[in-house]
Design a protein. Structure first.
Length: 188
């Protein structure tokens, strides 16, 4: 068995070498070191399908969305406040979502996604369970909501409502998200 060589590097040298490696793969992704694949993002339709429309029309939370979304409340705030109202929580807790609208004000993670996850957290606090059990319910609901979301819509605002797409795309997504949350809350 060949004797292995030990290379001694100072911490500073190691960090400099490692950061160069990462920078190189970022700058030259086609070099084979990193393979980037184009991921197909689901497109949110401008109009709800007849099936989705029926589902949304049955949802009290989706109906309540019209009182908030576009009425001075961001996407995250509007979904959170309808979840708070549905669960009987104080409406002033909506301030938890104040910085999440418009994709964290950077067209990043959609506020209906982040507001929905906050709503799941507040819902979980209403369960008559020990904290560990309620946290497990919360975890499972967040996983279910995430799975539902990524099958239906992109994660980021900039991919959901690209330039030129109407506001109805967001309105419909908000109604669908509210209906999904209500369905999940009622299933627990």
């Amino acid at each position: 068995m060949p004797k292995s060589e030990i290379i001694e590097l100072s911490r500073r040298s190691f960090i400099a070498s490692a950061s160069s490696l990462f920078l190189g793969t970022a700058l030259f992704p086609s070099s084979g070191a990193v393979r980037q694949e184009k991921i197909e993002l689901p497109e949110v339709p401008e109009k709800l399908s007849p099936e989705d429309l029926k589902w949304v029309e049955k949802s009290k939370m989706a109906e309540d969305m019209k009182n908030f979304f576009g009425q001075g409340y961001s996407c995250a705030e509007s979904l959170l406040i309808v979840a708070l109202r549905f669960t009987g929580k104080p409406e002033e807790l909506v301030w938890a979502a104040a910085g999440f609208g418009g994709g964290l004000y950077h067209k990043d993670l959609c506020g209906f996604l982040t507001g929905g996850i906050m709503g799941i957290g507040f819902f979980s606090s209403t369960l008559k369970k020990e904290r560990k059990e309620a946290k497990e319910v919360c975890s499972n609901l967040v996983k279910e909501y995430w799975k539902w979301w990524v099958a239906r819509a992109p994660l980021r605002c900039r991919d959901i409502r690209s330039e030129g797409r109407p506001r109805s795309v967001c309105e419909n997504l908000g109604k669908l998200a509210a209906a999904k949350l209500e369905e999940m809350f009622l299933s627990v």
